[in-house]
Design a protein around this ligand. Structure first.
Ligand SMILES: [Zn+2]
Length: 89
């Protein structure tokens, strides 16, 4: 192997998870932070857990509510317009 072209390799590098789990691996980075790991990921735990970063789910729900409100408004306006268009005999 050539010298001085290889990054420092840490035999006991740690990966820290948000759930508190720590994994020791060999890595060129001494410490790594992750949000989710095999210990807390719902796929492995079997529990259904909502992983919400920065309230994305809430935002989506709000968007859906808004769009539905707009849709219902549009339909009512359309029905009104229809009533106006139909000529009275
Ligand atoms: Zn974890």
């Amino acid at each position: 192997m050539k010298k001085e072209i290889h990054p420092t390799y840490y035999q006991n590098a740690t990966i820290k998870c948000a759930c508190g789990n720590k994994i020791t691996v060999g890595s060129t980075k001494k410490e790594t932070d992750v949000e989710i790991c095999a210990n807390c990921h719902p796929f492995f735990t079997g529990k259904e857990k909502l992983i919400d970063i920065e309230g994305r789910v809430e935002k989506f729900k709000q968007k859906m509510e808004k769009s539905q409100k707009i849709k219902s408004k549009q339909t009512t306006e359309k029905s009104k317009a229809k009533n106006k268009k139909t000529p009275k005999k």
